[in-house]
Design a protein. Sequence first.
Length: 340
Amino acid sequence: MSAIQEIVTEAPTVEAVPKRAMTLGTGTSLVVLGLLVVAPLLVKNFIIFQMTMLLVYGLAVLALNILTGGSGQFSLGQSAFYAVGAYTTAILMEHAGMNYALTLPISGIICFAFGFLFGQPALRLSGVYLALATFALATAMPQLLKLGYFEYWTGGVQGLVVDKPDAPFGLPMSQDMWLYYFTLVIALAIYIFSVNLLKSRSGRAFMAIRDNEIAASAMGIDVALYKTLAFGVSAGITGVAGGLGAIVVQFVAPDSYTITLAIQLFLGMVVGGVGWLPGSIVGSAFIIFVPNIAEGISKGLSGAVFGVLLFLVIFLVPHGARQVAIVAHGLVGKFKKNLN
């Protein structure tokens, strides 16, 4: 038996939430952070734009990971929360003249409240029925944004154009580079917050509910409160991601936030590994770059090529990027053991 086969055989079934708080090791984290800091200095503005969107979608996938991997609740409605965050930022910037940085916490708070309130009636649902309820929310949101009642604020079908901010304090960098580093700082802060949340008492309550609601209730956990709290936190982070996306893209319109976006985010979570927070960036990279690769292979059959690539990924690594990390960790461990 080869070393890789032995490691895969020895590796336990991938859990929804790793025991080490869903993080990378310190050394690996520093290497990844260093690459993210240096990369924009070596590429053109369009690539920087794509990398910024990688971080934005990574935040949205991370939020879904907290909800599904943390508390065990399935959602196909993240595009609705993303749209609310994006429109909140766009409206505050264009109609109220508010600084773009100040709009993000407001977007997060509004989406947290929206998600928490949506979680109340969703308490009676679970599994596929909860997924269908959130699917309905994602389907309805673009139509609601087109209503004439909100057209003065939302721009209706035409949407709103958002001004791209310049680098502050006269820093010698392009708008795209500044937005990348701005997004990176926010993404890092939210990632650290998410890790600490899942290590906290609330995070342990999420996981207990995910594993067994009846047992969690018997231990004194307020199941209703923590399930709605998980929805609120996930929606809040997604709202911040939506606000960042509006600033980066410079445009918001109802048709940009259809059910297709919700499915893409769900796909990113699955590819990255359900419940593994570092995998969020891997899943985000998949939904951003793989469609371009598929189109490069065949423009006429790009959808079919994308489907084949997705099938191969799911077939080879059914537990997502975390399974690759487990195998890599095992190989490194065996290599060190052989050296000793």
